[in-house]
Design a protein around this ligand. Structure first.
Ligand SMILES: O=C(O)CCC(=O)C(=O)O
Length: 270
């Protein structure tokens, strides 16, 4: 990524609340990711309580389930854009697939962060207004399939990240657009940007991997520090404890007994 491209992505995020970064995964990596997702769909769809419905399916904690998914938090130009907005200590909040099946209707516009993030139920005094003054979190979506107008690609309302209401209109909104992108691209958006998958009128599933990121001090959607397998954490190198939020943990002992880099008590206080 050139300096000019970096600056353009930053400006797009500020103006529009989203940007598209092409070529973040190679065609080979996309093919590997898609076959892993096909395998995982078969393995997980009949598990009790699996997040599967008539229109789509989710698969969680992908970094533990195939090596190719370890790439998604190890791409320097992408990390540079994420950290420019969320800080060098930004935390990965989930690594999950969203597979949209042919025939799915559009998902309905929404913003993210209603489970753990800044768009969670507000207090009466907030008068339905969201925090929009600062960027608090992103969704970073890897297109494993080409994103097209036919296959349920994400629809977005540019600039909606600045509208400080939680009452998002149902139905069509002026200026909304379907984001078309080649597979291997990343669609990155502020979690306050109104978005949702679009209607799928095509004939094969749309595969995407969502990797939301948060500021260090916000709760993550998934506590990846507890989920990540030790070998996966090792392979993430020095940055692993930061990326998975391990070094963002609150102390469970006196602060001087706590190892902040490891997110656990010092050995003598284990
Ligand atoms: O898959 C997409 O295009 C959007 C998914 C989404 O917004 C969600 O699951 O909250």
């Amino acid at each position: 990524m050139t300096e000019r491209e970096f600056e353009d992505h930053v400006l797009c995020m500020k103006m529009n609340g989203f940007t598209v970064l092409p070529g973040m995964l190679t065609p080979g990596e996309c093919a590997e990711a898609q076959s892993a997702l096909e395998r995982l769909t078969d393995e997980e769809r009949d598990l009790p309580g699996a997040p599967v419905g008539a229109h789509g399916m989710q698969v969680y904690n992908l970094m533990n389930k195939a090596r190719v998914f370890e790439r998604v938090y190890q791409i320097p130009p992408l990390l540079r854009v994420i950290r420019h907005f969320l800080g060098d200590d930004a935390v990965l909040s989930s690594v999950q697939a969203h597979i949209v099946f042919p025939g799915a209707p559009d998902q309905g516009l929404h913003s993210d962060g209603s489970q753990t993030g800044p768009n969670r139920a507000l207090a009466d005094v907030d008068e339905d207004r969201r925090i929009t003054s600062h960027v608090l979190a992103f969704n970073v979506v890897f297109c494993i399939s080409d994103y097209t107008r036919q296959n349920g690609a994400t629809r977005i309302v540019p600039g909606s990240h600045r509208i400080d209401t939680r009452s998002i209109p149902t139905g069509r909104v002026p200026g909304e657009m379907v984001v078309e992108a080649e597979r291997g691209s990343v669609v990155m958006f502020n979690i306050s940007t109104w978005h949702g998958s679009s209607e799928h009128t095509g004939d094969s599933p749309r595969y995407a991997v969502m990797t939301p990121w948060r500021r260090r001090w916000l709760r993550a959607e998934v506590d990846l520090g507890r989920m990540v397998h030790p070998d996966v954490l090792d392979r993430a190198g020095e940055e692993g404890p930061t990326i998975f939020g391990i070094s963002a943990r609150e102390p469970t002992v006196d602060r001087w007994k706590w190892d902040w880099s490891k997110g656990e008590p010092k050995p003598e206080w284990q």
